[in-house]
Ligand binder design. Sequence first.
Ligand code: PLP
Length: 298
Amino acid sequence: MLLQAQPTPVQEIHDAVLDKAGVRLLIKRLDLVHPLISGNKWYKLKYNLIAARGQGCQTLLSFGGAYSNHIHALAAAGAEYGFNTIGVIRGEAHDPLNPTLQFAADHGMLLHYLSRADYRRKNSVAMNEWLKAEFGDFYLIPEGGSNALALKGCAEIVADIDQPFDVIACACGTAATLAGLIAGLQGQRQALGFAVLKGAGFLCDEVKSLLSAGAYQQHDNWQINLDYHFGGYAKIRPELLGFMHRFETEHGILLEPIYTGKLLFGFYDLLAAGYFQPGQTVLVLHTGGLQGRTGFEI
Ligand SMILES: *Cc1c(COP(=O)(O)O)cnc(C)c1O
């Protein structure tokens, strides 16, 4: 099984704020890597799909919330590459299905709901045994697709960028994408993550343990900014939507409020505060996930 990323453009953004600061902003359009397996999720799934095929597994099982970009991408990947998929969804059954779950079901995913209490035990041995008894043999992909093989895929994002930059920035949910970028940078240049959840200080340890799990070297050329969560995961505020609207209108690039909106808001806020040096080039990852715009009034 060979999975080759479609080439995606790096797009330079021009505006008065950037000119004034003397900073270049490049956006790597990972949102264009695949019409349905969006953005960083394509890279996170790549080596998991290859491993599952290599092990002769026909069924992929993973976990996510009812609006999960990962569940959406996994369902699409299963349909495209000929795997059965099972989505174990947090919380009570949706009837009717929301657009994310409807898409997953339409792409052949079997949806199974777990109460929030059971969902918290999703990584336990007992839950794994129960899932095997219920669904038979499967290749397990953790929530968000975040495991060592995800890092291997995301490290290739760095190799797929054909323009010089000083800082690479991305939004962090589980921070596996950031960990993969750190692996790909091999100690050169800087990586900057923007946490989209509140109280995300634990993500630094998460990055370190993901790097260890993938047998990658530890480096210290990275940071996670915790200041732009806007109240928590999937929480939004009018100033975030206002910013997104202005950015989308001015530059013609759509964002979504859960990840890329917070990331670019944070970038511009730090820029205004003089965080970046004149002459620096910052490359921001557009990690896709635009299916997540549904349900928000943008
Ligand atoms: C899942 C997702 C992220 C977060 O990736 P992690 O590896 O969990 O940090 C960022 N952006 C978008 C659009 C996503 O769907």
